[in-house]
Write a protein that binds this ligand. Structure first.
Ligand code: FAD
Length: 468
């Protein structure tokens, strides 16, 4: 009887413990992806990106003599139907760590086990399972640096090679990916963002290998808005098109072969682990102020507030803020430094709840990741674990001078007021809905909130929260 291999955010063949274990049994494997409510509720950009990933993944299974069966509906019902149709006695999957997936998976594991089906979950999305890393007193980590120190030198198993897959003699019927219309809410997807995206496992490995030439300068370049100093691996890691163990081992091997200064990069991979560690141990990370005292802060929670609308439409009148937001709208990604700048401006100068920013990112980012997004927002806002203090308010002008000294990043993303605007800056105006009524030949907007005034207002509210 076949093993059902339930793929979720792990669309790869190699470095896949669940898939490797299924293949090792020698039984036929039935790869399936289910469009259930967890996948249905993805934001526009990540959902569109999922569709691209599924298309490539289905092809790579096909090249390996297999196929991807697509079904939609409640995941348990779909699995039970498939079990009945095929006589499968086992369902394998890679663990997910966000609260919604954990609840779903628990429910499914217990229902399947009760009906005598082997339901088995595996590691794969992380280097370290969240419960295997703890402080000396046996607590989860709440501060990054000690966690980074504690995992250094730990053994990380070598990634599995892509398994040999035996196919079932009969394939159950599959739905049509096109009919799922995963890009329906992403109007700008095909025309604007697509040129920036290369989905799939092979593309992920290519990005990684290309990055090895730049990795020694990563520490110096990673904060520079005007340089391509980072790996661009986040979308692959987020959708599981590349596994973290592969990344870790390929970088370690390069280091052994003489590539210098790889630590700064590996440290960032552990930030990703830290985000998952936090989300697992304190699931409120994705939905509530991690530090409860922040409930008392007078956040603006109105998404239709004109200041918030200006922020979403990337016309705050603060170039470094607008540039970052436009980069995200056009490419589906945003430089990490810009993420911090736009998040700081929203939560501090505009005193808007970090959740509004987090949700906007979740709708716009093709590398959306539940843990890193929530941690990033709470970190910048000051409400999160190991967060920067609220009173340390980024000044977007100083940030720009420091990390984009010649204004190349601004030129790339801001068209207004430029004699010869760049193509990328103009692309933003093509991408946005007509109803926003944006015009690249208009003059650049005045700040919705002046930096000094916004800063003073935020600090006053912060002091009031303490004394009030
Ligand atoms: P590199 O600098 O090359 O880093 C390599 C990998 O390490 C990344 O791909 C990522 O997996 C991990 N990583 C790096 N920095 C961080 C970090 N600060 N936190 C967690 N993991 C990290 N990252 C996402 O993948 N998805 C998100 O939705 C997301 N939202 C964010 C929101 C805010 C407000 C902030 C401040 C950061 C967010 N990040 C998010 C983290 C970071 O900005 C991106 O991971 C990074 O910019 C991706 O580019 P890269 O792959 O070239 O990263």
């Amino acid at each position: 009887t076949p093993i059902i291999m339930w793929f979720r955010r792990d669309l790869r063949l190699s470095d896949h413990p669940a898939f490797a274990a299924a293949a090792e049994t020698g039984r036929p494997i039935l790869p399936i992806f289910i469009l259930d409510n967890v996948a249905q509720t993805l934001g526009a950009a990540p959902k569109w990106r999922l569709g691209l990933g599924l298309e490539v993944f289905a092809q790579s299974l096909k090249k390996n003599g297999s196929a991807l069966v697509l079904r939609s509906g409640d995941a348990l019902t779909v699995l039970q139907d498939l079990i009945e149709e095929t006589g499968a006695k086992s369902v394998y999957w890679s663990r997910a760590y966000d609260p919604d997936s954990i609840n779903r998976d628990k429910r499914i594991k217990s229902a399947l086990t009760q009906q005598g089906v082997e339901a088995k979950s595996f590691a794969g999305h992380l280097l370290f399972e969240p419960w295997t890393v703890e402080t000396k007193s046996g607590e989860p980590y709440r501060v990054f640096t000690p966690m980074w120190r504690s995992v250094q030198g730990r053994d990380i198993a070598s990634p599995d090679a892509a398994p040999k897959i035996s196919a079932p003699t009969e394939w159950p019927k599959s739905e049509d990916l096109k009919k799922w219309q995963l890009g329906a809410a992403m109007n700008r997807g095909a025309a604007v963002v697509a040129p920036y995206v290369r989905p799939g496992e092979d593309a992920g490995f290519e990005a990684l290998h290309g990055f090895l030439d730049r990795i020694s300068d990563y520490g110096d370049n990673r904060d520079r808005l005007d340089r391509d100093g980072t790996s661009n691996l986040s979308e692959y890691l987020s959708l599981g098109e590349i596994g973290p163990r592969s990344v870790w081992h390929i970088v370690q091997r390069a280091a052994m072969n003489g590539v210098q200064r790889t630590d700064a990069f590996l440290r960032q991979l552990i930030w990703r682990e830290f985000a998952y560690h936090l989300m697992y141990h304190t699931p409120q990370l994705v939905s509530e102020n991690w530090k409860p005292e922040w409930e008392a802060f007078p956040w603006n929670t109105d998404t239709s507030h004109p200041e918030v609308v200006a922020w979403m439409q990337a016309r705050t009148g603060i170039p470094a803020v607008d540039a970052g937001l436009r980069e995200m709208y056009v490419t589906g990604r945003m430089h990490n430094r810009a993420r911090m700048i736009v998040a700081s401006y929203l939560t501090k100068h505009l005193m808007t709840h970090w959740k509004i920013g987090m949700d906007w990112f979740a709708d716009c980012l093709i590398d959306w990741d539940p843990a890193s997004n929530a941690m990033g927002w709470q970190w910048v806002a000051g409400s999160g674990p190991d967060a920067s203090p609220f009173f340390r308010i980024f000044n977007p002008v100083t940030q720009q001078e420091k990390f984009d000294p010649k204004g190349a990043y601004i030129h790339r993303w801001i068209a207004e007021g430029e004699a010869e605007p760049s193509e990328t800056a103009l692309a933003y105006f093509e991408a946005v809905p007509r109803s926003w009524e944006l015009d690249p030949t208009a003059s650049y907007p005045k700040p919705v909130v002046e930096l000094a005034a916004g800063r003073a207002r935020a600090l006053e509210a912060y002091e009031g929260r303490k004394t009030g």
